[in-house]
Ligand binder design. Structure first.
Ligand SMILES: [Zn+2]
Length: 208
């Protein structure tokens, strides 16, 4: 079996190159899963749904970026290992994108609002902004309400995220109603927390 390696993606605006993981069938040992669908792993990283380019400061989706190399281990170590992992835009950049993109389509709006959510739960800068800036907190709250409305309860990939958004917003009844009949570990954890009126992010499972 060949070892899975990151692929090299290029920013369509300026040509800066980043590393992303191809669709991961199974996450490796040492992965931590969170109730919002985010994960962290020792060796791999989540590919953001929008990548923040540090050179031209624009965001691009992995679908719009050009894959310029799919290296094997040897080629990777020789030519590409100096590249940075692709990261989402900063919290501030996401706010600007959301304000600037007046006529964005629903898919892009969902991506931006979801990455904004993740940035306030999983980056120190985003957490600080949420804790210390009342104006931003209002923006965040508004964005969460809009994200929750965009997520489709009939889409299995979005149902848990919608329920989790409701729980973090303190809408416990909506959360519990969405999860009726859902039996996964994730659904169970979110439901238990909602019943205790706990709105904080949960660690679901650590795969050792
Ligand atoms: Zn760029």
């Amino acid at each position: 079996m060949t070892e899975e390696m990151p692929v090299v993606i290029e920013c369509p605006s300026c040509g800066e190159r980043y590393l992303i993981w191809p669709a991961m069938s199974e996450l490796p040992q040492g992965t931590t899963y969170y109730s919002d669908g985010y994960f962290t792993s020792d060796n791999k990283w989540r590919t953001p749904e929008i990548i923040g380019c540090v050179t031209c400061e624009l965001g691009f989706t992995p679908q719009n970026g050009k894959i310029i190399a799919t290296p094997n281990r040897e080629e990777f170590l020789q030519h590409w290992s100096h590249l940075k992992p692709a990261q989402p835009p900063t919290t501030g950049a996401l706010v600007l994108e959301l304000r600037a993109r007046k006529n964005m389509d629903t898919t892009m709006e969902k991506v931006l609002r979801k990455e904004l959510w993740y940035s306030t739960s999983h980056t120190t800068a985003g957490k600080n902004l949420l804790e210390n800036n009342a104006k931003f907190k209002n923006f965040w709250n508004d964005s969460m309400v809009q994200l929750e409305a965009l997520l489709d309860r009939n889409n299995p990939a979005e149902l848990l995220l919608k329920a989790e958004a409701d729980r973090q917003l303190g809408h416990y009844e909506q959360c519990l109603e969405l999860l009726l009949g859902e039996q996964s570990n994730m659904a169970e954890a979110i439901r238990n927390a909602a019943q205790r009126e706990n709105c904080t992010l949960l660690v679901i499972a650590e795969k050792k």
